[in-house]
Design a protein. Structure first.
Length: 276
């Protein structure tokens, strides 16, 4: 689940990111795998005519059956177990009883709390056959995610992540959303460091072994500007262009990075029917 930079980055800039040991990494592996399994569960369920409320209920039941629960449920008044962001919705879209339509692209964001540890991840889903421009945007966004993660190494800084993402997105004539970003997590849902998906000279935190955080770029087909609707949660592109997002929870190791939320089934990006 994204961090809102407009209100929270400033308060986190002076915070020292916590460093975690082997016990934390093991807890994050378990929470991350369960979150990835929940996202795998949804692959067969995302179809034209299905409601996002039905997807929300499926994840809620899955979490309870596995001794976990959704960290978003009742978080700051949020009333759902997942976020469902369709087409021009950038993030924090709320599940409802409106059926999905052929050609929609859908981001589903799941954060499960298991034994006190948070696993936070999101993926894009295709609803039936989608237009080429939509599938290309999803491909670009996934590549941005993985390039950002590949930049994570102890001794580098957070701007290495932002540079990798921003340079590729803009080379592909897409834009990076500035209003939301990644965040530290572990036993706390949102913590330091803030992970910006673009270069910000005034905020550049050294990466150290033991850090835990999300990388979750939101990439727009049009301009980067967004607005939040009157419900206080749903963020949409101002120009109503398509938006996509992928997210992983990662940990900085002594030699590089570990991804906690990889799909056990190899379903990393759509179309999932073609995945190994």
């Amino acid at each position: 689940m994204s961090y809102d930079t407009s209100t929270k980055v400033e308060s986190r800039r002076s915070a020292e990111p916590p460093l975690h040991g082997p016990e934390a990494f093991e807890g994050m592996r378990r929470a991350g795998r369960l979150t990835a399994e929940a996202l795998d569960l949804l692959v067969d369920l995302v179809q034209p005519g299905v409601t996002t409320q039905a997807l929300d209920e499926a994840v809620a039941h899955f979490a309870r059956d596995h001794g976990a629960y959704s960290a978003t449920l009742l978080y700051r008044g949020y009333r759902h177990s997942i976020c469902t962001s369709i087409n021009h919705v950038v993030c924090h879209g709320m599940p409802n009883d409106k059926p999905l339509r052929e050609g929609d692209i859908l981001n589903i964001d799941v954060t499960l709390l298991l034994d006190g540890w948070h696993g936070d991840s999101s993926r894009m889903y295709f609803v039936g056959d989608v237009p080429r421009k939509a599938s290309r945007l999803c491909d670009v966004t996934y590549e941005c995610l993985m390039r950002g993660i590949d930049a994570v190494r102890p001794g580098r800084t957070t701007n290495a992540i932002g540079a990798a993402i921003q340079s590729f997105a803009e080379r592909e004539r897409c834009s990076v959303v500035r209003d939301f970003c990644g965040h530290g997590l572990g036993r706390v849902f949102h913590d330091a460091p803030t992970i910006l998906h673009y270069v910000e000279p005034n905020y550049d935190v050294p990466l150290k072994a033991g850090m835990l955080f999300t990388v979750e770029p939101m990439i727009n087909l049009g301009k980067p500007q967004v607005k939040v609707l009157s419900d206080g949660w749903t963020a949409v592109t101002r120009d109503r262009s398509l938006s996509a997002q992928f997210e992983h929870t990662v940990g900085v190791t002594e030699t590089g990075v570990e991804i906690f939320t990889l799909s056990p089934k190899g379903w990393h990006k759509p179309p999932y029917s073609l995945a190994p």
